[in-house]
Write a protein that binds this ligand. Sequence first.
Ligand SMILES: C[S@@+](CC[C@H](N)C(=O)[O-])C[C@H]1O[C@@H](n2cnc3c(N)ncnc32)[C@H](O)[C@@H]1O
Length: 239
Amino acid sequence: MDVVIREDIAGYMADLKKFLADTRDESPEEMAAFFSARLDIYEEHMSAWAKGYRRLASLLPERTASILDLGCGTGLELDEIFRRFPDVEVTGIDLCADMLKKLSEKHPDKNLTLLCADYLAAPFGENSFDAAVSFESLHHFFPGDKLGLYRKLSAALKETGVFILGDYIACCDEEEELLREAYLEKRRRFPVSGKFVHFDIPLTAEHEISLLKDAGFAEAEIVGCENGATLIAAKKSRV
Ligand SMILES: C[S@@+](CC[C@H](N)C(=O)[O-])C[C@H]1O[C@@H](n2cnc3c(N)ncnc32)[C@H](O)[C@@H]1O
């Protein structure tokens, strides 16, 4: 499928370079603390991706009964998923206890199991889920970490399982490399307690798809892009 990730790559890259230069001396924030500090404005800020959340929910297979959500936050994708599958059983994992509290307050009547944990380290089980989703969370991690995560995810899906990723995807190799260098420089210059910091290191779609396939997914392809959130659908097997 032909999907345009950025309309004007040259203009976008010029703006990104200026942003990185302007913020070079700013320390990144610890991941969970970053989201806790912005809880009040979080959902309004993310409303820019309303179409992306709807699209992600629409891509789930008919009769999806169980879902694993990586980095569920306050559950904006789950709001849409529950509209389509009111009784779906969801396991949501997130590092930030404040985001999870807001999610459970929004959906007290839903079949939700919430884990305050690092999804890179948490066990997911085997052959357990019809689908997995992740929206705007995985662009904070290096390829090696993602490969391990995708292997674990593939094992956790049932044979007919699918993974729908909605994320910030780099428009070119230069963007991927530039942000990785900026991240490494910030981690060298600014000691931040905690394992993770909030700084974006997205991969290109080609890189993301090759990691999914290397991890064992039989198929993975871009299926859309909504306001900068690229949607990738991966199938565990061809059944
Ligand atoms: C931009 S928010 C997206 C939340 C939700 N998916 C949405 O679209 O509204 C990113 C979320 O990923 C979570 N997160 C980041 N790294 C994580 C990790 N290693 N394990 C679990 N959650 C993580 C953050 O705490 C945050 O809630």
